[in-house]
Design a protein around this ligand. Structure first.
Ligand code: AMP
Length: 285
């Protein structure tokens, strides 16, 4: 496995491979690998000649009061995991080489950032879109693979690629979960044991909504009210930041669950902020 830290070197390597006709897959990450990450890597590897993984804790997607400094890191362990998985290039640029003090150009998707995570994190997706665009420029991927856990991020990236004619295929993979249903996340290690025990209710509640929809209840406001009660009962240590029913691509709020709808939630615990979502298909119900 090659470890590349220099952006120019990364760009030359990837352009050389593309010119030689190779298919390159990119999995962008912030590290502290878990099975969610490795599932993307294993899948991406099967789709390309070379697998590139970027490991970059992007400062521009963290707000001033967010957990940039507490974000878990273990580069040695990540390097071993990547090597064992057969990653061809691990790209680990330094923050100062990615964002100079005079950085001035940003990519924004305001219509996708009116709700969900963007309400509490107003500059988050601008940081994500900009860094992902930069990573695409530096790694020239044929395809890039993202997790469905971060659904709003995926929607922003899909739109960015379409609207800016970026020649990369975006593929998504399902959320990998712990045995009790909690979506795997690097931030889970920052939960204390009591919070961790309650955190499984996040997904349990989403499954409940699925059940209620299956039973014939389709009014979003009623579903969300019932979900709120479920969380208040099962997750007293968590503060619900949002619960929403939205159209899955453009993310506008839906009043009814009919056809496909995304139910998305965020909960703030003392140790970590967690997000999750479930895609519903109410057709024929
Ligand atoms: P992160 O390191 O958290 O920025 O995540 C890097 C990539 O892994 C993103 O595309 C995430 O959506 C994806 N990812 C994170 N957690 C999971 C999970 N539990 N299952 C599947 N993909 C995930």
């Amino acid at each position: 496995m090659q470890i590349i830290t220099n952006p120019d070197q990364m760009q030359s390597w990837s352009m050389e491979q593309r010119c030689a006709g190779k298919r390159l897959a990119l999995v962008p990450t912030m590290g502290y690998f878990h099975e969610g990450h490795t599932s993307l890597m294993t899948w991406a590897k099967s789709k390309a000649d070379f697998l590139m993984v970027s490991l970059f804790v992007n400062p521009t997607q963290f707000g001033p009061r967010e957990d940039l400094r507490q974000y878990p890191r273990d580069v040695d362990r990540d390097t071993r995991i990547a090597e064992d998985l057969g990653v061809d290039v691990l790209f680990m640029p330094r923050a100062e080489d990615m964002f100079s003090p005079s950085h001035a150009v940003w990519i924004d998707a305001p219509s996708l950032c009116r709700g969900l995570c963007a309400v509490q994190r107003p500059t988050h997706f601008r940081g994500v879109a900009t860094v992902v665009a930069k990573l695409f420029m530096l790694t020239s991927p044929t395809l890039a693979v993202f997790g469905e856990k971060d659904w709003q991020q995926l929607a922003v990236i899909r739109r960015m690629v379409q609207d800016l004619n970026i020649p990369v295929e975006i593929r998504s993979r399902p959320t990998v979960r712990e045995s009790d249903g909690l979506a795997m996340s690097s931030r889970n290690v920052n939960l204390d044991p009591a919070e961790r025990a309650q955190a499984s209710a996040l997904y349990e509640g989403l499954r409940q909504v699925e059940q209620w929809v299956g039973d014939g209840e389709t009014e979003a406001s009623l579903l969300l009210a019932a979900l709120g009660e479920f969380y208040a009962r099962k997750m007293p240590l968590g503060r619900v930041e949002y619960m929403a029913v939205v159209e899955p691509e453009l993310l506008y709020p839906l009043e009814e669950v009919s056809g496909t709808a995304l139910v998305a939630v965020a909960v703030q615990f003392k140790g970590a902020r967690l997000i999750d979502n479930i895609l519903m298909n109410a057709q024929g119900q």
